[in-house]
Design a protein around this ligand. Structure first.
Ligand SMILES: Nc1ncnc2c1ncn2[C@@H]1O[C@H](COP(=O)(O)OP(=O)(O)OP(=O)(O)O)[C@@H](O)[C@H]1O
Length: 302
């Protein structure tokens, strides 16, 4: 019998997962799984829980929560030689990663995608000692995710980030950086850099339109120094994926990136604080096997 471990954040989103747990377990059982659960209790707990699932040789690990929980589970799997297949039940506030993969927010539908047993190999990013599944970046605006109060997130969801972002706009300052990507070097003043594995970031669904999940490459977006008006212009263009031709935007693909700066710059990893620069980013090609919906496979079948 196949074994699944469901790691869930009971506080995530509007605490919806707890209410559905009995239904979820029944569905797994009917599908022939022996299932156990772990409710996370604090920051970092999902990392430990995923490592235990590896030691116990589970076939499948399910991360039920927001992007933070998914990131922690991936950090628990990343370093291991044996890595169970990964399932995702998105019950967080933003769920950027699930959106990029067309995994629905309906809990039962998300469960059925796992039980349908269709999976793809997925690239994973590593920066310094952290793993990421969706995006890493730096620059003042990427720091806003830590400043959004969780109560506001629960009330307003994604909108809370936009409100906070607009509030921060006047204080945006460029940072002088040295970025080395697959042998090329950029030394310049930049507003932000993003190293992405998917096309959906921070609610911008066309930010990295050519990003592929399994090609072993990151999509790199660098916004060079702009004034406030230009910055707003680029952000508006980015909403519809029309920012790539802007003169201040660099958009490229790379497997290995180093970012250094003389100033203090925080790293944002899958929406959470990930330490300070310098950072060395490595793409681990097809490192984790991930359950995905038919819809995602069809969309990317060409
Ligand atoms: N029982 C808990 N109580 C408080 N915090 C927790 C608990 N379990 C996990 N956490 C922490 O909460 C963080 C955020 O959780 P998660 O990403 O699941 O939900 P979210 O904040 O609703 O969604 P999103 O990250 O998409 O905005 C996790 O990274 C983890 O560190």
């Amino acid at each position: 019998m196949k074994k699944a471990r469901i790691i869930y954040n009971p506080t995530s989103g509007r605490e919806a997962f707890k209410k559905e747990l009995a239904n979820v377990l029944e569905r797994f059982e009917v599908a022939g799984y022996e299932t156990s659960t772990h409710a996370t209790t604090c920051e970092g707990d999902a990392i430990k829980a995923a490592k235990i699932a590896v030691e116990r040789r589970y076939d499948v690990v399910v991360a039920a929560g927001g992007d933070g929980t998914i990131n922690e589970v991936v950090n628990g799997l990343g370093e291991q030689d044996y890595r169970p297949k990964l399932g995702i039940i998105p019950v967080g506030t933003t769920n950027d990663f699930a959106r990029a993969l067309s995994i629905p927010r309906n809990i039962i539908k998300a469960v059925d995608i796992i039980l349908n047993d269709q999976s793809i190999p997925l690239d994973i990013g590593k920066v310094n000692e952290h793993y990421f599944i969706n995006i890493a970046g730096g620059g003042k605006l990427t720091e806003l995710t830590y400043d959004v109060p969780s109560k506001l997130k629960t009330m307003l969801g994604q909108l809370a980030y936009y409100i906070k972002g607009i509030e921060m706009l006047p204080s945006l300052k460029p940072t002088n950086v040295r970025i080395e990507y697959d042998g090329e070097v950029l030394e310049d003043d930049i507003m932000l850099f993003l190293i992405s594995n998917t096309n959906s970031v921070g609610g911008f669904e066309k930010l990295a339109p050519t990003a592929k999940l399994d090609d072993g490459y990151f999509d790199v977006i660098i916004l060079k120094k702009t004034n406030l008006a230009e910055f707003i212009r680029v952000a508006t263009l980015a909403l519809r994926g029309a920012h790539l031709d802007h003169k201040n935007v660099i958009y490229t693909k790379a497997r290995h990136i180093k970012v250094e700066t003389d100033e203090k710059m925080q790293l944002n990893i899958d929406g959470e604080f990930g330490g300070l620069l310098p950072g060395e980013f490595i793409n681990l090609k097809q490192h984790v096997e991930l359950f995905v919906p038919d819809e995602f496979v069809k969309k990317n079948d060409c």
